[in-house]
Structure formats: C-alpha cells, structure tokens
Design a binder for this molecule. Structure first.
Ligand code: SAH
Length: 410
C-alpha cells in the first residue's frame, strides 16, 4: 500500500510508489535495474528494410538477378505494401520466388487484434521469429492516421508506472521488424479494416504519422531505429514519409539525444520527463540516476537548437505523485530558463497498469496543472488516452503469453 508522507509545500499529500504483486527489479547495489544491452537471442532474418539501397542491389546480384530488381522489390514492399510474389507481375516469373524469399522474409505473425472507437483504433499483437511478442497501435484521427510502433520486445528502463517497463527487456527489434509494423498497418488500412475507408484518395488511406511510443526505449536501440527512420523517410528508396510526422520519444538517454540531433533527419523529439525535480524523477524514471533532469532538459534544448524543431515534454499526471501545482511552476521555470518558443508540454492522465496503485490525477488537478504552464507561457495541451479500453494506451503495452493464450482460445 502507499505510504502517505507529510504534505508537500502545496499542502497536497506526496504519495510514494508502491505496487501490489510486482517487485521492481534491482541491481546488486539495490538500485532499480537498467538494461541497456539487448540479451543475446537468435537474430531475425535479414530483410530488405535492414539494408542500404546499395546492399539491396548486392543481395539481388547474389541471388543471380540484375541489381535493378532490388528497386522493383523496394517499391512493391515499401510503397505498395506487398510481399506476395504473385502480385509482382513486373518481375520475371523465374527467380521471383527466390528474390522475395531472400529479401522479404516474413517477420511478424499476427497473433491477435483488438479494436475500439468503432474500429478507428486497432491494437495488433505480433509474434516475432523467435516467439518474442510485441504490440503496435493504429489510430485514425480526422486528417491523419497514426501508428504507435514498438522498437524493442519489452523494455529495460524499468519505469514503475509503465507496464512494458515492468516486464524487462527481451531483445532489440531489427529495423525491418520496426518497418514491417508500418507495412502491415498500411495493408490493414488499404483493406478497409481501420473503421472502413474514408477517402478514395489512396495517399490519405495510409499511416501518416509514426510515434515511437510502443514497447521499448528507441534510443537504447539507436542504430536499428535510425535505419527504420531512414527507410520510412527516404523518398527514392523508402516510404517517402515526412520526418516531422515521426516522433521519437525517450526516457532521456542524453548522449543518444545529442547524436539524434546531429542526424540530418528532423524527426519530432519527445522527452518523457514526468517530474521536474530529481528527487521524484529518480523514482519514476530510473535512468535519471545516470542523467539528471537538467541534463535531459539541456539535451532537449540542444535538439531544438540544432534542428529548429519544437520539442515535446511528456508528463503522465499521477494522482498526488507529480501533479502538485508547485511542480507545474517548477517545470515552467526550468523550461523558461532555457528560452522561449522551443518546447511544448503534453501532459497525459496516467493510464492504469496492472498491479499499480497509482491512478490518474483528478480532472480539476490536471486542469490546474495545464493552466499554470500555459499561464507561464509554455504551450500545454492534454494528450488523449486512445486505446485505454483495449490496454493499448501509453504505458499499457505488455504482450504477454496470456495474450497469446487468449488469442488461441478465442
Ligand atoms: N521509452 C520511450 C517510449 C515509450 S513510452 C519513452 O519512455 O519515452 C511512450 C510514453 O508513454 C512515454 O512518455 C511514457 O512515459 C508514457 N507512459 C508510460 N506509462 C504510462 C502510463 N501508465 N500512463 C500514461 N503514459 C505512460
């Protein structure tokens, strides 16, 4: 049970974390365990989306075909979303199957699908080649379609309020496993499975926005995430998506943020802050033991300076935990101290996770939090909690064997 500590300066109680039936993993010194390295598992098969355009050409040649066949395959998979040789009639029948088998091996097996919002939100449960399970969530909004992708099976960051964090890290996903979530989502949309088709304009009936807010810490799987982003954004050899429509969200791995800022791909950057003070953030985001609030904010500011892209601060509002008015003020102060117009704040009411006693802040507390930030000149908008009914909202993705069992039972 939670221990109520003495009231904080605002008078509201400060509740300390406690979980029922779940113990946070600890390292030898008793600190929350952080897993940066991916446990060794059999590697997923190499796929076109793991390779550079030049490597794809090489691979086609190895398979005994002229190099330009690789380009044709690229277009089939990344712009028409097919990996079915029967549909690739521009490729000579002889060698077609081998080319597809060599460059487009199957990566994700659909295990289960749940939907809500009259079909406008779908959560997919995928099984990877080694049995690891991941989820992605597809959401239709007026004028855009957003896919929330996973970048790791599980997560090593151990945040106590996030269901994925509680399960630990199974392994990094390959670039192609990340990209295939988008391809498979596009296939579903094209078949009219996301609440029916709304437009005859094919360019609107596809994923327009991607958020790396599914399972995993994207910056802990840096190289593969960047390769996936390159494939998503490449106009000539990829999916031709806009980098601005892609959001990379992180707990705050500072060296990787700096590296990301130096890439020539202006993705939208989001920092999961959740507390403006180290005392609380040390508990909520264990990686804060490595990089403190101020360092993470400096890196976020650096991202803005380098790219000109306004960054987002994510803040899950947890009742009596981090929702105090003085914390809103402290957050505003820390952001304003780093300049104006470079950042906006995206609070989100905490989504429930199994075994956690924490709940979302009360609406009037949320509103006050938002009001104070806005009053201090920080653009702040509450984020929606799409997919909550199907455990598909932020922090609820776990993909357990139970889900798999439920799928085979139904
Ligand atoms: N590891 C990355 C991306 C995955 S989480 C990161 O932490 O940023 C995507 C967002 O959901 C993060 O801001 C995360 O803090 C938030 N989140 C996690 N658990 C949540 C919960 N129970 N309720 C609301 N948001 C949550």
């Amino acid at each position: 049970m939670a221990r109520a500590l003495p009231p904080t300066s605002s008078g509201a109680p400060q509740v300390r974390p406690a979980t029922e039936g779940w113990q946070q993993k600890k390292d030898a010194e008793g600190r929350p365990l952080l897993q940066f390295a991916s446990p060794k598992r059999g590697k997923p098969p190499v796929h076109l989306a793991d390779l550079t355009p030049e490597q794809r050409v090489e691979k086609a040649k190895e398979l005994g075909l002229p190099g330009f066949r690789a380009g044709q395959l690229e277009r089939h998979y990344l712009t028409r979303w097919t990996s079915d040789p029967a549909e690739m009639t521009d490729l000579p029948a002889s060698g077609r199957e081998e080319l597809v088998a060599g460059l487009l091996p199957p990566l994700l097996t659909e295990v289960r699908r749940l939907d809500t919002d009259k079909g406008d939100t779908i959560k997919f449960l995928w099984k990877l080649h080694d049995g690891a399970l991941v989820e992605s969530v597809l959401m239709r909004y007026p004028g855009r379609i957003t896919l929330c992708v996973s970048s790791q099976a599980g997560c090593g960051m151990n945040c106590p309020f996030c269901a994925t964090g509680q399960a630990g890290l199974t392994r990094n996903m390959s670039a192609a496993e990340i990209v295939d979530q988008v391809v498979r989502a596009n296939q579903a949309i094209a078949r009219g499975e996301l609440g029916g088709k709304r437009s005859t304009d094919q360019s609107l009936e596809r994923v327009s926005n991607i958020v790396f807010m599914g399972m995993g810490e994207p910056l802990a799987n840096y190289a593969r995430v960047m390769q996936a982003v390159r494939v998503m954004t490449d106009k000539k050899h990829g999916m031709g998506m806009s980098a601005r429509g892609i959001t990379v969200s992180t707990v705050g791995l500072v060296p990787a943020i700096t590296k990301l800022a130096a890439e020539d791909i202006p993705v939208t950057f989001a920092l999961s802050l959740h507390a403006p003070d180290d005392e609380l953030r040390d508990e909520l985001i264990p990686v804060n033991s490595r990089w403190k609030v101020d360092e993470a904010l400096d890196a976020a500011r650096g991202y803005f300076e380098r790219t000109g892209r306004r960054v987002s601060i994510e803040y899950a509002l947890i009742k009596d935990m981090n929702d105090h008015p003085w914390r809103a003020d402290l957050l505003a102060q820390k952001l304003n101290a780093r300049g104006r117009g470079w950042v906006h704040v995206n609070p989100i009411p905490l989504n429930p996770t199994p075994g956690s006693i924490w709940t979302a802040s009360e609406p009037h507390v949320q509103n006050e939090f938002v009001r104070r930030l806005n009053a201090a000149g920080i653009p702040t908008t509450l984020r929606d909690t799409r997919g909550k009914e199907i455990d598909g909202a932020c922090g609820q993705l776990v993909a357990t064997e139970d889900d798999e069992a439920a799928a085979s039972a139904s």
